[in-house]
Design a protein around this ligand. Structure first.
Ligand code: MLT
Length: 333
């Protein structure tokens, strides 16, 4: 071996040795994740639709990840308090967020958010989607959708309309109804539709437009009245319930879609593990049966990638901005 070659070999092995401690710990750390419990933040009150979906997924995903996923309800300001908390949390994979259509709607309605919705989060995958049901307390003086809409017009701002905070899905449904039917409504804000629905059942408030996840069990138990579903087709579970489109209001098109997020910058390996655990949970028969019972739907396999989630968020940011502008409520909070 020449002197020059042996010197080059020596330098190369020294370089490898010098780099080794820098390169090795990275994958080792990421592979070890998760070493402790993970917190899944729910932006609305316990007992509501987002909470029900989070608990169902959290327990299945925790089994796959080998660590407990604990649910923390951080309600308020239409889901923006929870989003802000997660945007600022350490990007270490131990804080996750489940959110829905209220995440892009909040971006359109609130002018001073402490985070930029399009760039603050890792998109970890779409979860479920589904329609809303227009419901009232049992004693509400209307027997048909026609009578209900007529009562809205006649009583306008006297009708008490429950929702889960400015920018929530139930608020969005209320805005669409008011715009389409032409009444004002007296909005009553709750920390989630779990407590709002309890007050509908108790007769404390009159109207609520909420996800099937929450309303179907109460409609079945006959504790509330249901007038219309916001999906294009009727639901086989309640075949007599008309759609808003059939009633002449195709523009009342509210669809909730839940998805999982984490603070931007989460280690790639941890994000991949969360995404994979979510897919496993969604493929689980028990989860699928529960989704069907709750009247909520699974996304097609092609829409279950992280990229499809990112595209959906961006499309919904644009759609909600346009909707808020047309309703004259963009940036009003
Ligand atoms: C909830 O979980 O309480 C609902 O998803 C809130 C809403 O109406 O958006």
């Amino acid at each position: 071996m020449t002197k020059c070659l042996s010197r080059r070999l020596m330098l190369a092995s020294l370089a490898t040795f010098a780099m080794a401690p820098v390169l090795l710990p990275q994958p080792t750390l990421a592979q070890a994740w998760p070493t402790r419990q993970i917190t899944l933040i729910v932006p609305f009150a316990a007992g509501g639709p987002s909470d029900v979906i989070a608990r169902l997924l959290g327990s299945k995903m925790g089994e796959t990840l080998g660590q407990q996923i604990i649910i923390e309800n951080v309600a308020g300001a239409g889901g923006t308090i929870a989003a802000s908390r997660v945007a600022k949390a350490p990007a270490d994979g131990y804080t996750l967020l489940i959110h829905h259509v209220a995440l892009p709607l909040g971006a359109a309605l609130y002018k001073n958010l402490s985070y930029d919705t399009a760039s603050a989060f890792e998109t970890l995958g779409l979860v479920n989607y589904g329609p809303y049901v227009l419901t009232t307390k049992l004693g509400y003086p209307a027997a048909t959708p026609k009578e209900l809409f007529e009562s809205f017009r006649l009583n306008s701002d006297k009708v008490t309309f429950a929702h889960a905070g400015i920018g929530s899905g139930s608020h969005l449904c209320g805005i669409m109804l008011m715009q389409t039917i032409g009444f004002k409504g007296n909005f009553v804000a709750y920390r989630g539709t779990g407590p709002a629905l309890n007050d509908i059942v108790a007769g404390q408030v009159e109207v609520l437009c909420d996800q099937t996840t929450n309303t179907f069990p109460q409609i079945e138990a006959k504790t509330i009245k249901a007038f219309a579903i916001t999906s294009p087709q009727r639901n086989p579970r309640f075949p007599d319930m008309p759609t808003t489109a059939e009633l002449g209001f195709p523009q009342i098109d509210t669809t909730v879609w839940h998805a999982l997020y984490a603070p931007k910058g989460m280690p790639a390996e941890a994000a991949a593990k969360v995404h994979a655990a979510l897919q496993k949970a969604l493929d689980d028969k028990v989860v699928q049966e529960r989704f069907t019972e709750l009247g909520t739907l699974m996304f097609d396999p092609a829409q279950r990638t992280r990229k499809a989630h990112e595209d959906k968020l961006n499309a919904e940011l644009a759609r909600m901005k346009a909707l808020a502008e047309s309703a004259g409520i963009a940036g009003t909070n």
